[in-house]
Design a protein around this ligand. Sequence first.
Ligand code: GLA
Length: 370
Amino acid sequence: PMGWNSWNTFEVNINEDLVKKTADIIVSSGLKDAGYEYIVLDDGWMVKDHRDKNGDLIPDPVKFPHGMKALIDYVHSKGLKFGLYNCAGTQTCAGYPGTRGYEYQDARFYANLGIDFLKYDWCNTNGINATEAYTTMSKALKAAGKPIVFSICEWGDNQPWDWATPVGNLWRISGDIYPCFDCEYKHEEGNWSSWGVLRILEMRKDIRKFSGPDHWNDFDMMEVGNEMTTIEDRSHFAMWCMLASPLIAGNDFRKMKPETLAILTNKNLIAVNQDKLGIQGFKLTVEDGVEVWVKPLSDGAWAVTFLNRTELPKTINFDWKKHPIKDADFGFDADFAKNTYQLQDLWKNKSAGSTKKNFTAAIIAHDVIT
Ligand code: GLA
């Protein structure tokens, strides 16, 4: 899935006007043409302390004065899709009514509203079993009869890659992202941290084999356009493309700089992300702090990204012939000593020689070449 989610920038400060403007901009800016489709309202869309007399959730009438249905209809009228958020526990992470004990009722509520996507979080779950909780909600959504993408968000704590393929369509593999390239942000309240781009990149080992079409490892909503440099945003985006992660933007489209839009709509990189094999890339090697990531593509090509994760400019001098690729998980390989590949620079959108010669390039700190 590709789209936008309100949380990274707005947290619970969401409203009807923001959603409508976001939908308008997705269409007018080219984001929709580039593939961004889902508008997902995260935590904070409900009235806080109660359900209605029938036990239904209540969309906040101050934030959404014309009602949730009218807003969803508006988003649909733009040719886009709409998502909501709730939690498997008694309350959401921000303290709104959770779904525990109301799974079938909430699923019917969402189906009646016509939503297309549900993000389902894991706060206030007090020891319940994750596989069972997510399976129950998955069955409830199916029973409600409206196809809804089911986005599992338990931060990878219960190894969803082992059990969630038949349950959901994407599952978070980490705690929350933070808009920094390589930091851990420790929250003052509670014992938890949010994580920079490189930290999430390295968080799990050996789970790429579990990711694929309709059951994705989700590296979290993007922070492109938020607090990192343009170079870091580019690298963040390139890596999410290499990982075949869902591309859910998390910035304020109303204040987006042209360079942010250019990153988010880069057709070459999006083609790598959306490639129909749906294989998550992996780190092939590291040379002098520059990582080399590779991802097999459906047309027999490979996407290759050089990532300078150091604080220094580096010079790449990469001998392809010394680095055959073997993808043991999916059975793809490339032997550059036997076969020559033509190179295409996806950011510059121009050819870059072939694998016959060493690939040489200067790469500044935190940058990528794909
Ligand atoms: C959790 C999730 C975030 C966001 C917030 C909302 O932290 O991981 O992505 O949904 O809850 O409260």
